[in-house]
Write a protein that binds this ligand. Structure first.
Ligand SMILES: [Zn+2]
Length: 394
């Protein structure tokens, strides 16, 4: 069984789910062209699609339905309310009514080897539903515009091996002038397995929230006041670690800049980048590399996201970039940076040290750094290995 997002977000939603033999779409909220491109990426064509299941009648979920039904004669399943909503809106032109079929919430429809189950969700539409698709032992769930969840929704999704959940952003929140202060940022392993602050940089940057990570009290004081100023609009976040101030990082004070080079060497071809407490290991790694006659610079970010063009420009000059962070790899700041550098035409060696497991043990910070490869020795070794390969070094 395969599941693939052809499009998601307020500009349009369309999810593909299929077995080896049977293929369906959930929603068709983008153009037919976009759907065909998405299907082509999975080696499929529109002729392979047995049906479209619609979650609700909002245009970002149905935009492509007019053409798909008229031109490709793809049947459409939805609740009665959604079907009425689509026809009443009349935004899709003349629709072949016979292709629009009704599925009752809490019931199943079988299409060849796929069993599609609709269940109710709360959204400002006539009769919105979410779907699970089962094929033999495999089950996948798709929910869009989820405002809240309850036992009913959880029960419906239970047993799914894959899930695509689109949760609503709060429109009011995005207009709100609010500063999120995030405590316990980074590794907090001594308090137990569930206390790690390794998700927020990835999560908040993925929703587009400006994000700051001071690495000492001076920076925390300065940036908190900056973020609270009247000129700032919209939500923004500032994160600070648990426990006291790192003595070494305290010495650097606060420059008031989005980023600072803490260590610079003439002609360095490698740069080690991080933020917050992890900078301590970066500085130690730099010392180790200097002992091995590898000149490198250390760059500390305070503003993690979004990046400034100036920062990207200064990083582009290096042949080797190591980005280390106490953050899960998926969606992390390092991934954003790798993407931005690539977009900027950079083709050096990018090394990313981040958390590769979602399940960190109860331990001390130094132990966790070793487990995750974020200790100074491992960081220095990574750069040394890349240096030895030397392919990118002129
Ligand atoms: Zn909607």
């Amino acid at each position: 069984m395969r599941m693939m997002s052809i499009a998601s977000g307020s500009s349009g939603n369309c999810i593909y789910i299929g077995s080896d033999n049977t293929h369906i779409l959930i929603d068709a909220g983008v153009s037919r062209k976009k759907i065909l491109e998405g299907l082509a990426a999975a080696d499929l064509s529109v002729n392979d699609i047995s049906a479209v299941f619609v979650t609700h009648e909002h245009s970002d979920h149905i935009k492509g339905l007019g053409v798909l039904t008229r031109k490709d004669k793809v049947p459409v399943y939805s609740t009665r309310g959604t079907r009425d909503g689509i026809f009443e809106a009349g935004t899709l032109g003349e629709l072949p009514g016979e292709l629009f079929r009704v599925i009752e919430p809490d019931s199943d429809i079988c299409i060849d080897d796929l069993q599609i189950h609709a269940f109710r969700v709360s959204h400002d539409a006539k009769e919105p539903v979410a779907y699970t698709v089962t094929c033999g032992e495999k089950k996948a769930g798709v929910i869009t515009d989820l405002g809240y969840y309850d036992d009913y929704i959880v029960n419906n999704l239970t047993g799914s091996q894959a899930m695509l959940v689109e949760a609503n952003h709060d429109v009011n929140l995005l207009q709100e002038n609010v500063v999120f202060a995030i405590d316990r940022a980074g590794f907090v392993p001594a308090d137990g397995e569930t206390h790690q602050g390794v998700y927020d940089p990835a999560f908040l940057s993925q929703v587009g929230m400006p994000l700051y990570a001071p690495s000492n009290y001076a920076e925390l004081t300065y940036w908190l006041h900056e973020l609270l100023k009247d000129g700032c609009r919209g939500p923004r976040a500032i994160r600070y670690p648990r426990g006291g101030e790192n003595a070494r990082l305290a010495q650097y004070g606060c420059s008031g800049q989005d980023y600072d080079f803490l260590h610079r060497t003439e002609g360095a071809q490698a740069v080690l980048i991080s933020y917050a407490d992890e900078m301590d290991d970066i500085l130690t790694a730099c010392e180790k590399l200097t002992e091995h006659r590898i000149n490198c610079d250390a760059l500390k970010l305070v503003k993690l996201f979004p990046f400034t063009e100036k920062m990207i420009e200064s990083v582009k000059d290096y042949k080797i970039v190591l980005f280390a962070e106490e953050c899960v790899e998926w969606g992390s700041i390092g991934e954003h940076l790798a993407y931005c550098l690539q977009q900027a035409g950079w083709n050096g060696t990018f090394l990313h040290a981040a958390v590769h497991t979602a399940n960190l043990p109860h331990a001390t910070v130094p132990q966790i750094k070793q487990v995750t490869g974020l200790d100074a020795d491992t960081l220095a070794q990574q750069v040394m290995d890349a240096w030895m390969k030397g392919e990118n070094i002129s």
